[in-house]
Design a protein around this ligand. Structure first.
Ligand SMILES: Nc1ncnc2c1ncn2[C@@H]1O[C@H](COP(=O)(O)OP(=O)(O)O)[C@@H](O)[C@H]1O
Ligand SMILES: [Mg+2]
Length: 607
């Protein structure tokens, strides 16, 4: 959260005043629609400007003049003009709507695809909620700017210019008097507006605070009860809602003031016309009515322009943020030469991919996380020949997951090299490597959908038989059988309808279905019961045959059969060997093992 606020501040300070040029590349595709929109908008405004002129003609000729000779023609032209203006307005609105949703789609697709190319470290430094709300609101603000704001801008400015021009042509003196109040209005509106914007911003902030309060009260309900801080939470909440209420009332008052001012401004303009109506000859009653129409019609565009300017300025933040996201380079990216040969994530060139064998080597690797200042690994070297089964054990925070992050190239070494099949991993594409790795995480993620759909992510072509075999192999078949709809059970968002243990089993089955050359299990059995773990253990023994596997184990009893056990502490291998060797050595592994053994024995007694 602290990072989020800091990031938001940074965004504000580096804000250039006009980021509109950066939207141009995305809007260019719609230049024809936009041009049509502008032209039709102008036709529509033309009609708005012409209406008072029609009135003027009708009043002057048919009423004051008392002749009806041109009436049929007048009616025909009038109807035609109205129909034309209606069509033009329709086309302009349709254009704006289409552009808005199309731009939203384009920007969201671009952001989504770009997010997928970004490395792990980006998501480390930016919270999911923050990225999510940014992308959604930024894209819709920008879409709105390019469509409706642009159209309204054309509409209102051309109306103002047109109306003033017509008035000037017809009666310079009266025109100048009526337009003289415009600058006054601009100043008034701006003053109100600044206050309104401030109040609105406050309301938004309070609103998200209230939402946050609710969130906390719900997700932290148990903790709140155990700490017995209900009254304090309630007091905070009441204070927030009270402030929200007060600010909303203030905003409502301002809005009220705003519309009263607008009415008064209209009336003032009208009053000027009435007062100075004498400037117009009696036979020109139509001109009088025309001036009245314009005087009233001008206020809305002025208000809109004042509104739009501040709107456009605030949208700069959205533009800045989104284009920055789209321009963020990934910490881990393939070089152009690599992409040339192996393709990228969206257009892989599988025909050029060498088959992967599964040799892994760390060569003098030092590593620190992009946002961390301490080295997690220093001058680390290790060879994992193809087909071997490595187990990594060590205390929490020892650097076990970091090691596999590097193998998977989710991060790249700060110095040194990670070799896959004898070549620097960076010489081939990320997709090439990732498509050969099966990774089961400690906190597994399932996608919303059914269990079957999730398994098919591992291998879209898997047959029902293969799926059943994979489930059986990891002992997930019983779990699935217990579910109401079996394999077609919905797992909910992120798999949240299942327990962590169940998720682990499913994601293990998913990894196996992909038939990877390299299998990584990062504390993959931490959340299943001992019985299931034993079953999985025998599954591991079966599935690792013919693959390189790295198993990070929570319970040491599960790593006995590994070809090599590495004991990691503080990013260094402090001991390595087979289970038997290490126990005999009575070193760190022995200590870890006996401690865990005792712990479990104690737990067993307590049960
Ligand atoms: N994404 C990250 N960004 C910054 N530091 C990290 C990150 N992940 C882990 N670390 C740090 O690196 C060290 C090793 O962590 P990790 O490899 O996850 O340990 P283990 O898996 O053995 O529990 C820890 O000190 C941890 O705080
Ligand atoms: Mg870990």
């Amino acid at each position: 959260m602290i990072q989020t606020i800091a990031a938001a501040k940074k965004e504000k300070t580096s804000l250039p005043f006009f980021g509109i040029p950066r939207v141009v590349p995305y809007a260019r595709k719609y230049s024809r629609t936009l041009a049509t929109m502008v032209i039709c908008g102008l036709i529509g405004t033309g009609m708005d400007i012409a209406l008072p002129l029609f009135q003027r003609y009708a009043l002057n000729h048919f009423i004051a003049g008392g002749t009806t000779d041109t009436l049929p023609l007048f009616i025909v032209i009038y109807v035609l003009a109205i129909v034309a203006a209606g069509c033009a307005t329709f086309i302009a609105c349709k254009g704006a709507m289409t552009t808005e949703v199309s731009m939203n789609r384009d920007l969201r697709n671009a952001a989504f695809n770009h997010l997928q190319t970004l490395s792990f470290s980006y998501f480390n430094q930016n919270s999911v909620g923050y990225i999510h709300s940014r992308v959604m609101s930024d894209t819709s603000r920008i879409g709105g700017l390019v469509s409706w704001t642009l159209m309204d801008c054309v509409w209102h400015t051309s109306y103002l210019i047109g109306a003033v021009a017509v008035m000037l042509v017809i009666n310079v003196r009266l025109a100048l008097m009526v337009t003289a109040i415009l600058p006054l209005m601009v100043i008034f509106f701006s003053l109100f507006q600044r206050k309104l914007i401030l109040a609105n911003r406050q309301i938004r902030e309070l609103n998200s605070r209230i939402t946050g309060d609710f969130n906390e009260a719900i997700t932290g309900a148990k903790t709140i009860k155990t700490l017995t801080i209900e009254d304090r939470m309630a007091k905070d909440f009441v204070a927030d809602t009270q402030e929200y209420r007060n600010t909303s009332v203030r905003a409502a008052r301002l809005r009220g003031g705003f519309s009263v001012t607008m009415h008064m401004a209209s009336s003032l303009a009208l009053a000027i016309v009435l007062w100075q109506g004498g400037l117009i000859a009696a036979s020109e009653v139509g001109t009088f009515s025309m001036f009245m129409s314009y005087a009233q019609g001008m206020m809305e565009p002025v208000r809109w322009i004042v509104d739009a300017i501040s709107d456009i300025i605030t949208t700069q933040v959205n533009i800045e943020r989104l284009t920055r996201l789209l321009g963020t380079p990934s910490d881990v990216s393939d070089t152009p030469e690599v992409i040339e040969k192996y393709g990228d994530s969206f257009n892989p060139r599988r025909e050029n991919w060498e088959p992967i064998r599964g040799d892994i080597a760390f060569e003098d690797v030092s590593f620190r996380y992009p946002d961390g200042d301490e080295y997690v690994l220093e001058h680390f070297s290790l060879e994992i020949p193809f087909g071997s089964n490595i187990a990594i054990v060590g205390e929490t925070g020892a650097g076990k997951s970091t090691l596999v992050n590097l193998v998977c190239r989710f991060f790249e070494p700060t110095s040194g090299r990670v070799l896959i099949d004898g070549r620097d991993a960076r010489e081939r594409s990320q997709l090439w490597l990732h498509s050969a790795i099966g990774y089961v995480l400690q906190l597994p993620h399932l996608f919303s959908g059914t269990i079957r759909e999730n398994l098919l992510y591992g291998n879209p072509n898997a047959t029902d038989e293969e799926i059943a075999r994979a489930l059986e192999l990891v002992s997930a078949d019983e779990v699935v059988a217990r579910m109401e709809k079996g394999i077609d059970t919905d797992v909910g968002e992120g798999g949240d309808l299942l327990s962590t243990g169940e998720k682990q089993l499913i994601s293990f089955a998913r990894a196996i279905l992909a038939d990877p050359r390299i299998l990584v299990l990062d504390e993959a059995t931490a959340s299943v019961d001992t019985l299931t773990e034993q079953k999985i253990q025998s599954a591991i023994d079966t599935v690792i045959r013919g693959r390189t596997s790295i198993v990070i184990a929570h319970r040491l009893s599960t790593v006995r059969n590994a070809d090599l056990i590495l004991v990691v502490n503080d990013g260094k291998i402090v001991e390595q060997g087979t289970h038997r060797d290490l126990l005999a050595a009575k070193g760190p592994y022995y200590r870890l093992f006996t401690r865990q053994y005792e712990d479990e024995a104690t737990k067993g007694i307590l049960k």
